[in-house]
Design a protein. Structure first.
Length: 227
């Protein structure tokens, strides 16, 4: 009974991680423009997995990520394309970096390109998944992949994407668990997006609830495997 209690206690601690761990292939400086090949490889791998998870959420037809719900809502309100809306939101998020004293790095730039290219290249190829798996399962799978990809590219320490930078910045500044901060941000974003007219689905709620624990679990697994 005691061993079971300690197992649950250890599992619970994983979701209270408030710092991104560094491993042997992590960059020592987040603003490093000439990282080691291994570091750059894991950065790209993490972002590819992230983009693949986003693609699976799209093809599941059960709801997109909270940030896309927000982008859609803003686009409807001011009558612009969802691409331009996403760009504007990214700029606004970067402005919120200023009080957190964050600086964009190579990872921030690569985040934009690799995720976009991955989604553009894989979404047309993944629609067959709906013929094999239930949309609800795909929503969980996509969320888990986004969380796992986030953990890998964050540990590369080459600068987070705009949204993940906001998450880790708030977590570091106020010493709050990453899981809690991520949930709070995603819940607020999806609520605002829905109020503005964005499309809300079951998959969106699944993502909002489980992305924080997924990122925390990924950070723990990747750092453990590097020992």
């Amino acid at each position: 009974m005691n061993s079971l209690f300690f197992s649950f206690k250890s599992l619970f601690k994983i979701f209270l991680i408030s710092r991104v761990p560094l491993v042997s292939w992590s960059s020592l400086k987040p603003n490093n423009c000439k990282p080691k090949i291994k570091t750059f490889f894991f950065l790209c791998l993490g972002l590819f997995i992230f983009g693949l998870g986003e693609s699976i959420l799209v093809v599941s037809q059960y709801g997109v990520t909270p940030w896309t719900v927000l982008a859609e809502g803003v686009a409807k309100k001011i009558d612009i394309g969802i691409g331009l809306s996403t760009f504007i939101i990214s700029i606004i998020v970067l402005i919120f970096w200023l009080p957190l004293k964050l600086k964009p790095g190579l990872g921030t730039v690569m985040n934009i390109f690799i995720i976009a290219m991955t989604m553009g290249g894989t979404i047309p190829l993944l629609h067959f998944l709906n013929n094999i798996f239930n949309g609800l399962f795909l929503s969980f799978l996509g969320t888990m992949l986004i969380g796992f990809g986030s953990g890998i590219y964050l540990i590369a320490n080459l600068g987070p994407g705009t949204r993940d930078g906001l998450m880790t910045g708030i977590s570091n500044k106020y010493d709050k668990p990453i899981s809690l901060v991520r949930f709070s941000i995603e819940f607020s974003v999806v609520l605002l997006g829905w109020i503005l007219g964005g499309t809300l689905g079951v998959g969106t709620l699944i993502f909002a609830v489980f992305i924080g624990p997924s990122v925390s679990l990924s950070l723990k697994i990747v750092s453990f495997l590097n020992k």
